[in-house]
Ligand binder design. Structure first.
Ligand SMILES: [Zn+2]
Length: 282
């Protein structure tokens, strides 16, 4: 997918990131992936042996480049989370595949990168408590299921009530939103719950899915946020964490539109992060 490279180019050309600020991940080791995913599933995917029904459910053809990108993207989310612990804030140029369950993928998601990253940090003793803030317009259904019985990871999902997946799961906190919601109401809805969740759970790290599909021009979104609204949302989330000395790692999540507007939309979280890093002296 061209959007990943274009996003990188866009960040450099807009002056949002210098070349030396980028770090290259390695593909996720199998051992880490298996903190979340079943061996049979990831092996079948990597070897191009998923059956038709499983491939259809994912909605992407299992090509070699896709396999490579998928393992790399998960490695990138783990790296981003570690960098966030080190620096207070780090942003991934991919990630957010929150519809990937332990033994199957769905909705363009193959492996659940945030879930893997959370488990890796917990296993390595780098964190005790995590909060997943999933503001992609689709519910983080698989993430909710994966951590349903794990008190160390609190899952928060704000999503279009009528949108995919039709069968919602139970996150620790769900905020279903009505179709057509605009900037002001959306920002109020998030702003009303996020500070309290941070205070209550005191996470060592927030894993933030900054999906841009709540945008009004998004093909799959059904909400009506503007560019400005998305930017304000990202400011709100990052500021809420940094002012409490909580580290934040972001992933780009979903977005469905022509390449050029989409890349600009995904760049918004990097713009917010750059400004917030300066404001908070990181
Ligand atoms: Zn989405």
């Amino acid at each position: 997918m061209a959007k990943f490279r274009q996003l990188r180019d866009c960040l450099e050309s807009c002056g949002l990131a210098r070349p030396q600020q980028f770090q290259r991940p390695l593909p996720c080791p199998r051992r880490w992936l298996e903190f979340v995913h079943e061996r049979e599933y990831h092996k079948a995917f990597a070897q191009g042996e998923l059956d038709r029904a499983a491939q259809r459910r994912i909605g992407l053809p299992a090509t070699k480049p896709l396999v490579r990108r998928t393992w790399l993207a998960v490695g990138g989310t783990v790296l981003t989370a570690r960098l966030a612990l080190q620096h207070g804030l780090a942003c991934h140029l991919a990630g957010g595949t929150h519809h990937a369950f332990p033994s199957y993928g769905s909705g363009f998601c193959i492996f659940n990168d945030i879930a893997v990253a959370a488990r890796v940090l917990l296993e390595q003793g780098l964190v005790q408590r995590l909060l997943v803030v999933d503001l992609d317009v689709h519910q983080g259904d698989a993430t909710a299921v994966i951590f349903a019985a794990d008190p160390r990871v609190f899952t928060f999902s704000a999503h279009g009530a009528s949108n995919f997946p039709s069968r919602k799961q139970r996150s620790d906190f769900d905020l279903p939103l009505p179709d057509g919601m605009e900037d002001q109401d959306y920002l109020e809805a998030i702003g009303n719950v996020l500070p309290e969740l941070l205070e209550q759970h005191q996470p060592d790290l927030v894993l933030y899915n900054a999906g841009v599909d709540p945008h009004r021009d998004d093909r799959l979104g059904k909400l009506s946020l503007s560019d400005q609204g998305l930017l304000q949302r990202d400011h709100l989330v990052i500021d809420a964490c940094l002012r409490r000395n909580i580290a934040l790692a972001s992933v780009i999540g979903g977005g469905y539109d022509a390449l050029s507007p989409l890349v600009k939309r995904h760049a918004l979280v990097f713009r917010a992060a750059t400004d917030q890093a300066r404001l908070h002296g990181l």
